[in-house]
Design a protein around this ligand. Structure first.
Ligand code: SF4
Length: 275
């Protein structure tokens, strides 16, 4: 995709904040949720986000500083305007000797927002066996379709609750992360282990990963003492209920929009649960 209002290419693609520097991890990041590009286009960067967007650490604090936002937008613009060029630049940067043996976190914020972008990452990973990549993702269906059948050997990922695709996570098999109100709540959930000591535990520690919520008062208030998965389940149930009601109220109304297969599936689910 080309644009007449291109932004400056970022000098360095990978960064490190204090927390990541302490554990020797490098980050690649995009704007959280969505961003407006200089040419006026809007790109959604977390298509499966849902409840998580209401407590998104990356839509708060330093992430909102103009210079930080501009850097993340420049990263996104690079991917959208010149994916092959970005891929080559990423491989070149990852080939620096100082990164050999290191971990790269794909997305401090943002997600695998398209098939093309996800497959570009797979090519980068295969071209850079000297580093290990990891990611949290809510793109459950995309990963089950594109990644799970043949993942790059140096890629570890964890599905994270709080998105539109939570119901596609297999809690008995998948590595999965959930946000808890605090560290005590994780301790009280015997099967879950906290990743508080190191972000790498999300992919190297036990399979059920507890993440304590950020201590941001308005976010904690919104969570209302629930786990993110519980909040998302409430949103999904409410959505299913609304769809069911809509179908019941206008079964033969030609002006009513046709229910999508997803809507039908969630109505069926709601009916099964109600039975
Ligand atoms: S997927 Fe992550 S970055 Fe995107 S809105 Fe949710 S919490 Fe924020």
């Amino acid at each position: 995709m080309s644009s007449s209002a291109s932004v400056t290419r970022p000098g360095r693609l990978l960064t490190q904040n204090r927390e990541m520097r302490a554990i020797g991890v490098w980050n690649w990041t995009l704007p959280a949720l969505a961003a407006r590009l200089p040419d006026g286009r809007t790109q959604v960067t977390c298509p499966a986000a849902s409840a998580c967007a209401r407590i998104c650490y990356a839509r708060n604090g330093t992430y909102l500083f103009p210079a930080v936002k501009a850097k993340h937008t420049a990263n996104l613009a690079y991917v959208l305007e010149d994916l092959p060029g970005w891929e080559a630049a990423m491989i070149s940067e990852l080939s620096a000797p100082r990164l050999a043996g290191k971990f790269i976190r794909v997305h401090d914020a943002g997600d695998f927002f398209s098939d093309a972008y996800t497959l570009a990452w797979c090519r980068v990973m295969r071209a850079c066996p000297q580093v290990t990549f990891y990611a949290y993702t809510k793109e459950v269906r995309r990963f089950k379709r594109l990644i799970e059948p043949g993942p790059p050997e140096n890629f570890l990922w964890v599905y994270s609750y709080g998105g539109r695709e939570d119901s596609f996570i297999d809690p008995d098999r998948d590595r999965v992360a959930d946000v808890f109100p605090d560290e005590d709540a994780i301790t009280e959930a015997p099967e879950w282990s906290s990743q508080e000591a190191s972000d790498l535990l999300a992919v190297l520690g036990p399979r059920l990963v507890g993440v304590p919520a950020n201590r941001i008062p308005q976010f904690l208030k919104r969570m209302g003492g629930r786990r993110l998965s519980e909040w998302q389940a409430e949103i999904d149930a409410e959505r299913a209920h609304r769809r069911q009601r809509h179908l019941r109220l206008a079964p033969n109304d030609p002006s009513a929009p046709a229910p999508t297969p997803e809507a039908r599936a969630s109505v069926n689910d709601a009916e099964r649960h109600a039975a």
